[in-house]
Design a protein around this ligand. Structure first.
Ligand code: ATP
Ligand code: MG
Length: 293
């Protein structure tokens, strides 16, 4: 393992010297021919860095490698991403194989996922039971994360990926300790809980991360079943108003059982103090999926 790690370190240092962090470097694969590891295609580009396929030629395996540049002006927001992800070990969380923390960047080398739920959700419609099954997998990851004292804070279809048939949570860039009194808004507006908006408007002093994960899961469950974002509106301001003031309403079709509606309502309780916990979400999902409907 150490030998493998050393080889990877050499690769990353060399690759960095060659300034592979440019838009078109994945086309220049042959430059790295002398190394055991070579860079494959660009898998994704996020707010703080790039995710490349990393090929291990010796054992013919592939990883995903996320590179986060320390020079990024907002690096301090994601500075603990790699360390947090490495600590979390669960079947519904993407496995981290190696973490490199160098002077200039952090490289997270992890298992290679196939596709994300966003891609899947835009091409497929989910009957409520299939949506509940996906939610059960992700709730299992969230329950584990919460039990380890963290909150994820960026749950959305783009951050849920399929690995060998299993849905897994990725992207721990916004993860925080659950005890942290949070004062700045984060995550995508459509999945943002009302208390996060309250903090942004200085109506409350702080919010806690874990209840915001439950809210995002509630928005996700609704989206998977009805194919739309509950509070999506034309403008930021209208979306903001809807999240803060509107109650949950359900379309007439597809028809879903009352207890599924009730679960969504409990997850989208505007008061974070009375919002359902992840343990109770899991319990209700188990009951729903167990019933023969
Ligand atoms: N393990 C993986 N396997 C395959 N593709 C991945 C993997 N991890 C990330 N990706 C791809 O890269 C994209 C960006 O990754 P990620 O979500 O971690 O970064 P991000 O959204 O930029 O994160 P941040 O919010 O920290 O900037 C993902 O949406 C996905 O398409
Ligand atoms: Mg992401």
């Amino acid at each position: 393992m150490d030998e493998e790690k050393e080889e990877l370190r050499k690769f990353i240092d060399a690759a960095h010297k060659l300034e592979f962090l440019t838009e078109d470097i994945y086309k220049k694969d042959d430059i790295y021919g002398v190394y055991r590891f070579s860079i494959g295609k660009l898998l994704g580009k996020g707010g703080f860095g790039y995710v490349y396929e990393l090929k291990d030629k010796k054992i013919n395996a592939s990883y995903a490698m996320k590179i986060i540049l320390k020079s990024h002006s907002k690096f301090k927001i994601v500075k603990d991403e790699g360390a947090t992800q490495t600590k979390l070990n669960h079947s519904n969380i993407v496995t981290t194989n190696f973490l490199f923390d160098t002077c200039d960047y952090v490289a997270i080398i992890m298992e290679l996922a196939e596709k994300d739920l966003f891609d899947h959700a835009t091409k497929n419609k989910f009957v409520w039971k299939d949506a509940a099954k996906i939610l059960k997998e992700i709730s299992s990851a969230v329950s584990y994360i919460h039990s380890q004292g963290y909150a994820h804070r960026d749950i959305k279809p783009e951050n849920i990926m399929k690995c060998k048939g299993v849905w897994k949570l990725i992207d721990f860039g916004f993860a925080v300790l659950s005890t942290e009194k949070l004062k700045s808004p984060c995550c995508t507006l459509d999945y943002m809980a009302p208390e996060v908006l309250e903090v942004a408007n200085i109506r409350v002093d702080f919010y806690l991360g874990q209840p915001t994960d439950i809210w995002a899961l509630g928005i996700l469950l609704y989206e998977l079943i009805f194919g739309k974002l509950l509070f999506y509106r034309k403008s930021y301001k209208q979306t903001y108003e809807a999240i803060s003031t509107e109650t949950v309403t359900f379309p007439d079709t597809p028809e879903i059982p009352e207890n599924v509606k009730s679960l969504i309502e409990k997850m989208l309780d505007k008061n974070p103090k009375t919002r359902i916990t992840i343990e109770d979400v899991k319990k209700i999902l188990d009951e729903l999926l167990f019933e023969k409907t």
